[in-house]
Design a protein around this ligand. Structure first.
Ligand code: NAP
Length: 264
């Protein structure tokens, strides 16, 4: 059934509340954890951080934590009502578009304020050699050439897009073992960031990497690979972010605190 129709059929009422205002942070980023720590330090607010549950051993932030999908927009609406949520902060990864769309719809349905926190994308600097592509499929079609030794630095969920690339060789890095079918000629490293410039330089040199595929995630935790590529003059196929918000975004956790102060 169409999600919008389900929502129209529901009679959604929010119970009255007597506790301190409850803030739900849709997390999974370092900014979300930083924000959770800041909000949890305040006695006048209750913070709940929500994770999708993709990482087997997530770094847990301060405050209450829940893990797992809500069950689409309707599930999220039920959760917001049941848990008396006063404000939702969408601090999910710039490439996590579905949960952000669900959050916008659920908050609009309930008239719950939504704050979207999104770190700015990286911008190319002098000596960077980037080729921007709209998605992983476009990246996969660009890199499959015999001489390419590709550092595929896109996490683990979309590696399957490269499974038919039989000509190039791939170095892949992820936090947990991928479930996707991997390219035939490949090597997998399981490691969690942040990564440091000297280590990235060593890795790119030792594996004779000639091309990098990266998502334009922004932030500092994985930026050292971009700096290393610049230093070694390695080109990057840069996957653009999806358009995931229809509301204005703020770039930093402290901007969210400011918004919370205005709202609550
Ligand atoms: P998504 O496609 O936006 O979300 C898919 C579903 O996962 C949602 O519909 C929701 O399930 C659940 N979900 C996502 N975030 C949640 C949260 N914070 N709390 C509770 N449920 C949540 O996001 P994704 O599948 O997590 O990731 C999409 C892309 O973004 C991938 O390419 C991934 O690699 C990237 N990503 C990267 C990082 C990172 O590097 N730190 C973190 C997250 C995502 P229900 O519909 O059941 O509610």
């Amino acid at each position: 059934m169409d999600a919008h129709k389900v929502i129209e059929m529901q009679s959604v009422t929010k119970p009255t509340r007597s506790q301190s205002p409850r803030v739900l942070i849709l997390g999974g980023t370092s900014e979300a954890s930083e924000l959770a720590t800041k909000v949890a330090a305040r006695a006048d607010l209750t913070v709940i951080s929500s994770f999708a549950g993709r990482v087997s051993q997530p770094r847990l932030p301060a405050g209450i934590v829940r893990v797992g999908g809500f069950g689409g927009v309707t599930g999220l609406i039920s959760y917001l009502v049941d848990e008396n949520i006063d404000v939702v902060v969408d601090a999910t990864h710039p490439f996590a578009a579905k949960i952000s769309g669900n959050a916008e719809l659920a908050c609009k349905t309930l008239s719950v304020p939504l704050i979207a926190l999104e770190r700015p994308p990286w911008e190319p600097k002098e000596h960077d050699c980037w080729c921007a592509v709209p998605d992983v499929q476009a990246a996969a079609s660009m890199v499959n050439h015999k001489r390419n030794r590709v550092f595929l630095s896109i996490g683990r969920q979309e590696l399957g897009a490269f499974s038919n690339c039989e000509d190039a060789w791939f170095l892949m890095r992820a936090i947990d073992e991928p479930n996707e079918e991997l390219p035939a000629n490949s090597k997998l490293i399981l490691k969690r960031g942040p990564f440091h410039l000297n280590d990235e330089l060593r890795l790119l040199r030792s594996e004779s990497i000639s091309l990098i595929v990266s998502r334009n995630s922004g932030g500092t935790a994985t930026y050292s690979k971009i700096e290393a590529a610049r230093a070694l003059q390695i080109p990057i196929v840069m996957i653009d972010r999806p358009q995931k918000h229809n509301i204005p975004t703020v770039p930093r956790p402290q901007d969210v605190l400011q918004k919370l102060a205005e709202l609550l």
